[in-house]
Design a protein around this ligand. Structure first.
Ligand code: GLY
Length: 367
């Protein structure tokens, strides 16, 4: 049993399927999209160990031949070095322009594989099979792909929509607890941006999502994907409302960069801290009731997400963090665009933030 959501992007609509056990039907769902029954699966060592046999069986049953490329897990894999090696392997395997490749893993694998697909022979198709909560609720949908630069997160990339997204909630059962909790940061984001009712539901059901309740997980993934499909359909290339999905990300990316994209701070953890900082900034600017910032912080803490930077493992200064925000992709004409909030569920874009306030928020977070 699975549910389908369509992302209606101009010239490239595609479906997201969400369900428990979907991986076992992957071959049958993918086969009609291929121009010949041949593909390459790109994954990481952890996903290969836990989930690859199921995907292999399903592709084989659908008579699809495939090669597998297994990369190291972790954010450091989103690099030029791995991109170059991946492209070289695809060339060596003789992939043709009308073939499609499969990104089978979390956000790192999806972003890297999608980017490789977007530039391989000027662009080939790809299929997302996200296996982390973060990827199922956010990164696998919407076509943002790319790699990190030592100068900043996701600074090299493209928009390249997948041809299909298959989210099997059962793959979350083998996800390490820390990864699962980190992914929850992106789940909460959808409540905080524009859906107070969903946030209220998360306050009641968030613990069940972490504990492994398939119905709660399915509802959360569907709600996030529906919201994302709507925003991406309106604004594929982030000229306007899609930027709301970056709530907490400017702060979070600065923290990730200072942690060297290491496991000292996972992306979803950085987003959680960044969202708290976005609420604090909004309160400081007199735009949001303090009670809402307190409610958000409490909920994240209950789910065991960090709400402050990991000071014990990394030396950070407010100046260094602030300087990262100046290199953010959301800079335009030398001015930063921040996602602020008027309340839980009331995110909006602002170009009226003051450098002094942002530095102060970093200083308070490091206190
Ligand atoms: N992760 C934010 C976006 O896809 O726009």
């Amino acid at each position: 049993m699975f549910r389908k959501i369509t992302v209606a992007v101009k010239d490239h609509s595609y479906d997201i399927y969400v369900g428990d056990g979907l991986l076992d039907q992957a071959g049958d769902l993918i086969a009609p999209l291929l121009s010949r029954p041949r593909t390459v699966v790109v994954t990481d060592e952890n996903v290969a160990r836990h989930q690859l046999p199921r995907l292999k069986k399903s592709l084989t049953q659908a008579e699809i031949t495939f090669d597998t490329i297994i990369l190291p897990p972790g954010e450091a894999t989103k690099s030029f070095d791995h991109l170059e090696r991946l492209l070289d392997q695809l060339l060596a395997l003789g992939l043709e322009r009308h073939d499609k490749i499969i990104a089978f893993g979390g956000g790192v694998i999806g972003d890297l594989t999608g980017f490789a697909a977007s530039i391989y022979q000027r662009g080939i198709g790809f299929i997302q099979i996200p296996t982390s909560l973060l990827a199922q609720v956010d990164s696998a949908v919407g076509g943002k792909c790319g790699i990190n630069s030592p100068r900043g997160k996701n600074l090299i990339g493209s928009f390249h929509q997948p041809d299909l997204v298959l989210s099997d909630v059962s793959t979350l059962n083998s996800l390490p607890e820390r990864q699962l909790v980190a992914g929850y940061g992106e789940v909460v984001k959808y409540g905080l941006i524009g859906d107070r009712k969903f946030f209220n539901w998360l306050e009641q059901n968030g613990a069940d999502i972490i504990a492994g309740n398939p119905a709660a997980r399915t509802k959360a993934i569907l709600t996030c994907c529906q919201a994302k499909a709507k925003i991406v359909s309106l604004d594929e290339k982030e000229r306007g409302p899609r930027a709301l999905l970056n709530l907490g990300h400017t702060f979070g990316h600065a923290l990730e960069a200072e942690c060297g994209y290491s496991d000292a701070l996972l992306h979803g953890e950085a987003v959680a801290i960044g969202m708290v900082m976005a609420f604090d900034l909004s309160v400081k600017m007199g735009l949001c009731p303090k009670a809402d910032a307190v409610t958000v912080r409490r909920h994240l803490e209950k789910i065991t997400l960090p709400t402050k930077p990991p000071l014990s493992r990394v030396n950070m200064t407010a100046d260094n963090l602030f300087n990262h925000t100046l290199r953010d992709k959301k800079m335009s004409g030398g001015t930063a665009t921040f996602v602020l909030v008027s309340a839980i569920g009331g995110a909006f874009l602002s170009r009226d933030t003051q450098a002094g306030d942002i530095r102060q928020i970093f200083l308070s977070a490091l206190d």
